[in-house]
Design a protein around this ligand. Structure first.
Ligand code: T4K
Length: 365
């Protein structure tokens, strides 16, 4: 058996629970295209996330591309480069120009004090990222967007189930995108969703992910195929039954990391969630700055023991090879600095606390 410890490990239901859930697919032979499981999961997620409208997708990235496309945006979009490739690619693949805003040094979300200076007459939207499940300053973003008449699409890939003052995070901005990838707090193997409050968006969003089809004989949009299938939805239905328990187990892991790594000079661990915010314990990012080992030395030392922490998010998306010569990472100095020092430690529901101790021992030794 593989004894390595990866940065994450998918939550899965009992084998028999999943088999039970997919059994009737053999009778119905309805495997995809808005089937029964799909509809069930959409309803359950609307309830769980406290979101008025939920549309499922085959993955988070195609959902994000759809969210941008649905508004027919043009020109520039303000976003951050401290994120997964998906966020920036979704903007560029929609023919828009990302304008990179710097991040806060403490929670790595967009620095709202720097947004207004970046707004020009070409700006059409803000796409902030709730990175690691840390929630952006949603009230300030709402104020700025209102003042300049900008759309707000949240990349909430990491923020499943987080609430702000009792309100599901899905309720902020015009649209939020959630990822249900295998590596996320809640997974449908691959998968994702858009959540939104404006009912008028539903028709176009649902059509775009299904070739633009709006009826038996009508195709109103140049859509693509990003439908979630019934096996994915069944996995989601099972995983949703246990997600709360999984989050509690993640919490125990995070608490152990905190106990062990708190107050060590040169190591910065995540701050406790702000008052009013419930965490989903999605990631445990640690900054090594002025510690006896550099971030990369820690990666190496852990790797030697078969433990695979990950440098999420290094390099910045603005430094990707595919964008060479296009952006300047010096315009976001905090993001650049954090990307060079940060390391995401292994975190998943079934991670044994003894393994957390072992990881901390290797770091501290
Ligand atoms: N926006 C943000 C901010 C995101 O972070 C992401 C995805 C998206 C948008 C796009 O959402 P999706 O289209 O993916 O739904 C992983 C995930 O694939 C990706 O979903 C995630 N962010 C990103 C942060 O992490 P990689 O390239 O690091 O994946 P990989 O294959 O190296 O997996 C990481 C570790 O997870 C492995 O070392 C082992 C473990 N693992 C992985 C898989 C796939 C398993 O144990 N089982 C598995 O099945 O991107």
């Amino acid at each position: 058996m593989d004894q390595s410890i990866q940065v994450t490990r998918p939550s899965m239901p009992e084998f028999t629970e999943y088999i039970e859930e997919i059994k009737d697919l053999w009778d119905s032979r309805w495997l995809t295209n808005n089937g029964k499981k799909h509809r069930q999961l959409e309803n359950k997620l609307a309830e769980y996330l406290g979101a008025p409208f939920v549309t499922l997708f085959a993955n988070g990235h195609s959902a994000l591309e759809c969210a941008i496309e649905v508004f027919d945006l043009a020109g520039e979009v303000i976003t951050t480069p401290f994120t997964f490739a998906s966020t920036t690619h979704a903007i560029v693949r929609n023919g828009l120009e990302p304008v990179f805003c710097d991040i806060n040094p403490d929670d790595y979300t967009i620095d709202t004090e720097k947004i207004e200076k970046l707004i020009s007459d070409k700006t059409s939207a803000i796409i902030p990222v709730h990175v690691y499940g840390n929630i952006c300053n949603v009230y300030e973003i709402e104020r700025i967007a209102g003042k300049y008449n900008l759309k707000v699409i949240y990349d909430s890939a990491h923020a499943f189930g987080v609430t702000v003052n009792g309100v599901g995070v899905a309720n902020f901005g015009d649209i939020s995108m959630f990822s249900f990838h295998a590596t996320k707090v809640f997974n449908t193997i691959e998968g994702g969703a858009l959540t939104y409050r404006n009912e008028n968006l539903a028709k176009k969003i649902n059509a775009l992910k299904n070739f633009g089809i709006t009826g038996q004989d009508s195709v109103e949009y140049i859509g693509y195929n990003a439908k979630m299938n019934e096996f994915q939805a069944a996995m989601g239905i099972c995983n949703l039954r246990h997600v709360q328990e999984q989050i509690q187990k993640r919490k125990a892991v995070v608490e152990r990391y905190r106990e062990r790594l708190n107050g060590i000079r040169g190591i910065t661990i995540p701050t406790e969630p702000q008052k009013g915010i419930t965490s989903n314990y999605a990631y445990f990012p640690v900054v090594f700055d002025g510690y006896k080992y550099s971030r990369d030395e820690v990666v190496y030392r852990l790797r030697q023991q078969n433990i695979y922490a990950r440098k999420y998010f290094y390099p910045l998306t603005s430094s990707f090879q595919c964008y060479k010569g296009r952006f300047d990472d010096k315009t976001t100095p905090t993001a650049k600095y954090i990307a060079e020092k940060i390391l995401v430690l292994p975190l998943y529901a079934d991670l044994d606390l003894k393994d957390v101790d072992r990881i901390c021992d290797i770091i501290l030794k």
